[in-house]
Design a protein around this ligand. Structure first.
Ligand SMILES: [Mg+2]
Length: 247
């Protein structure tokens, strides 16, 4: 893992690094695989480490140097999935084993259905926008947690102050990575915190309107017209991290 890369790509997976058509995905992955130590790749996802392991086993898929999984609550090295201890300890402390407490607190709230995949330091639901009550969110926030909704479908209860963006900021500082080499990429509201950092970012062309709305007025965000991987490639060129492939 090079600590002086030209580009630190910190990218969401679904709809972003896994978005675009086959050709657009293969083109970006080939570029990334060719950049060697000039690239440091970080997956920043709501998915867990098992999902990432399955993904990376697919031919052509770049292996990340680092993984921020479970919506910012899991921080691991990309090859062996060993925890980045100092950051994982920070999240553990803030969460304090609250899974059962959160599930009990929200057991009878309308519009929530527990997701089958359970992170160790978050509780995740599917929600129905038509029935979810503002009072439900207020209740869980009052109990000392953060709530993030995205894509009108997913509701995550997270340790207070922990999300994709804050975790990435701490990781970049902890590893002494060059902040001006970082490019964040995302497409839904659970990526918003990535853009609320000092890093440059790209909202890919298929971003949900609610994210685009919240990005208005933020500097250093490139709104690509192109979807998923093609949007990331467009931003790499836009911010001049690398010349377009073939140039
Ligand atoms: Mg996404």
């Amino acid at each position: 893992m090079s600590l002086t890369p030209r580009l630190v790509l910190a990218t969401d997976l679904d709809g972003t690094f896994l978005g675009g058509d086959d050709q657009q995905r293969q083109a970006l992955y080939a570029d990334l695989n060719s950049w060697g130590d000039d690239l440091l790749l970080i997956f920043v996802t709501g998915r867990d480490l098992t999902f990432v392991a399955d993904l990376v086993s697919q031919p052509g898929m770049p292996t990340p140097d680092l993984i921020i999984g479970d919506v910012g609550t899991t921080i691991a090295h990309g090859r062996d999935h060993a925890p980045v201890t100092e950051l994982q300890d920070w999240v553990d402390e803030r969460w304090n084993g609250a899974n059962e407490r959160v599930r009990d607190l929200l057991a009878d709230e309308p519009g929530l259905r527990l997701q089958p995949v359970m992170g160790q330091r978050r509780v995740s639901y599917y929600y129905d926008p038509a029935t979810l009550q503002a009072s439900t969110i207020a209740k869980v926030e009052a109990a000392g947690f953060d709530v993030i909704t995205s894509a009108d479908t997913f509701l995550d209860v997270l340790p207070r102050g922990v999300a994709k963006g804050p975790t990435l900021t701490r990781l970049v500082a902890a590893l002494d990575l060059p902040a001006d080499a970082v490019l964040v990429a995302g497409d839904t509201l659970n990526d918003l915190s990535l853009f609320q950092t000092d890093f440059r970012g790209v909202a890919v062309g298929n971003s949900e309107p609610a994210l685009v709305e919240r990005l208005a007025g933020l500097s250093d965000v490139h709104h690509s017209a192109l979807p998923g991987c093609a949007g990331i490639a467009d931003a790499i060129e836009h911010f001049r991290f690398f010349a377009p492939s073939g140039a």
